[in-house]
Design a protein around this ligand. Structure first.
Ligand SMILES: Cc1ncc(COP(=O)(O)O)c(C=O)c1O
Length: 502
């Protein structure tokens, strides 16, 4: 039985028959039924509120038991600011260090090889690398086209210090890295060192999982490698004995939903030693003199943890890791893969009465080397784009949480949607008022191109009923035209959604 009810008996029967078909095509799903029990208890709010959550790449969902354990922990002690030797300080320090060890263990990282700095989120971890990396005119920054903006931003540090900057392009339409071109670019490391290659283990736009073998290949050609693991680690195992990037950035809420406000930068010790912090702060120094205008940074991870850590939340990271381990990451991955394979095939099969496809998917259309986030757009029978903002709004009215816009991943969008450098220059010519809605209008004028997309992402406690409801929702756009769907009351600027009051 599908563990969720829908409105009418006939809908229920339809879903049951689709479920039977699904499990015959994806029998592995039946082995993941422990997740249904978990959803019915620890995540009961989802079905009690009739919500379909499909934004796991935005953020995962927390279990009630995580909150209870965290509250119990906070109630059980007196915890003060960690930077002291008093009992409340040492009590929390013990929890912080336990959590640090637990994170290293979770990623199978040897403490002899890696150190871990807690940060506010993945972006803060990436910025630590960017601001501290020894970029120089002799060195290079090489990035994947589908990096998140929090990686793209590193180019501003590289540019300020005169390093050359290059992007490794994607192959269209699969949105995999153009491996041949990438290998040519990897041959171009500056001989004096100071070369950084940054790529996402999983694209938060297309879901493509880039080959992790690239880490060792790039290192052997003179690059330090920064792996953005934010979208990868929620549903994949990252084993830091098997692959050893110099830097790994992630946010914990993307893995287990709670707490927000805590991320990590894992650094190989030899890579951490080459970083030069541009400033110092409380907590990062062993010695500072006002008169001598000098400071000595703390050794190890302390040099990267500015000010007071989010010390009451960090112990909840250990609770979250235990939660995932008790479920089993492989079980989560299996379920995500089954549901992703099914929804990709079903979406692609949707046609208007005139035979034209309703859905265009950006990136891989099978589960090979891809994760559970799927970017798409809807088109009407005349192949005109349906406004994704309108789609998001209508989905919201049905309790379906999906995401639209550029997902802070402009390069993947530009590749997927065939936007050219000329298009982007035309957008910049709009001046300081340029934003995603202005870009969307401009690209429609310049050859009916789209700028932005709809993203659904499948995760920890997704089930068949979630995807079924989403598919029914999308199928209702069959034979609808651009003009027949509801007017948009949302505007999306700079990847943020703003309610348009006019
Ligand atoms: C691939 C990737 N990198 C980096 C980030 C930034 O994460 P945060 O906003 O938690 O700093 C995200 C967030 O969506 C992401 O998906």
């Amino acid at each position: 039985m599908v563990p969720m009810t829908t409105d009418t008996a006939s809908e229920q029967a339809q879903m049951q028959s689709a479920y039977a078909d699904f499990t015959s095509r994806y029998p592995g799903y039946l082995r993941t039924s422990a997740l249904d029990q978990l959803r019915a208890t620890d995540y009961r709010r989802l079905d009690q509120l009739g919500q379909v959550y499909l934004d796991y790449t935005g953020g995962s969902l927390y279990a009630e038991s995580q909150l209870e354990q965290h509250l119990r922990l906070l109630r059980s002690g007196v915890f003060g600011n960690p930077h002291s030797a008093n009992p409340s300080s040492t009590a929390i320090t013990e929890h912080l260090e336990r959590t640090r060890r637990a994170v290293l263990r979770y990623f199978n990282a040897s403490p002899d090889e890696y150190i871990l700095a807690f940060t506010a989120n993945a972006s803060a971890a990436l910025k630590l690398v960017g601001e501290s990396f020894p970029f120089s005119p002799e060195g290079r920054l090489l990035m994947a086209f589908d990096n998140h903006n929090s990686v793209n931003g590193i180019r501003e540090f590289a540019r300020a210090r005169g390093a050359s900057i290059a992007y490794a392009p994607l192959v269209v339409p699969s949105l995999h890295l153009d491996v041949e071109r990438l290998h040519t670019l990897l041959e171009q490391a500056g001989p004096a060192g100071g070369n950084l290659f940054a790529f996402p283990a999983q694209s938060n736009f297309s879901g493509v999982k880039h080959p992790l073998e690239l880490v060792a290949q790039a290192q052997s050609k003179g690059w330090r490698v920064l792996l953005d693991a934010a979208a990868f680690v929620p549903t994949n195992r990252l084993d830091l004995q098997a692959v050893q990037p110099d830097f790994v950035a992630l946010s914990f809420y993307k893995i287990f939903g709670y707490p927000t406000g805590v991320g990590a930068l894992l650094m190989r010790k030899s890579a951490a030693a080459m970083l030069r912090r541009p400033w110092f702060a409380g907590g990062t120094v062993n010695f500072v003199s006002v008169q001598a205008l000098a400071h000595v940074l703390s050794p190890g991870e302390a040099a990267f943890e500015d000010g007071t850590l989010n010390y009451l939340s960090i112990p909840a990271v250990e609770i979250g890791l235990r939660h995932i381990e008790s479920i089993g990451l492989d079980l989560i991955a299996e379920r995500v893969q089954c549901l992703t394979g099914w929804i990709l095939a079903e979406l692609l099969a949707l046609r208007h009465s005139n035979g034209h496809p309703l859905v265009r998917i950006y990136g891989p259309t099978t589960t090979k080397a891809r994760g559970g986030n799927v970017a798409l757009n809807l088109y009407d029978p005349n192949e005109s784009l349906l406004d994704y903002r309108g789609v998001e709004e209508l989905a919201g009215e049905e309790g379906i949480s999906l995401r639209t816009g550029c997902f802070c991943n402009p390069g993947a969008g530009e590749s997927a949607e065939g936007l050219t450098a000329d298009d982007m220059r035309a957008a910049l010519a709009l001046g300081p008022g340029v934003n995603l809605s202005a870009l969307t209008r401009l690209m429609q004028d310049r050859g009916r191109k789209s700028a932005g997309a709809i993203r659904v992402s499948i995760g920890l406690v997704s089930n068949f009923a979630d995807l079924w409801r989403f598919l029914q929702f999308i199928a209702r756009f069959r034979d609808q035209t651009r003009l027949s769907i509801k007017a948009v009351t949302y505007d999306i600027e700079s990847c943020r959604v703003i309610r348009d009051g006019s």
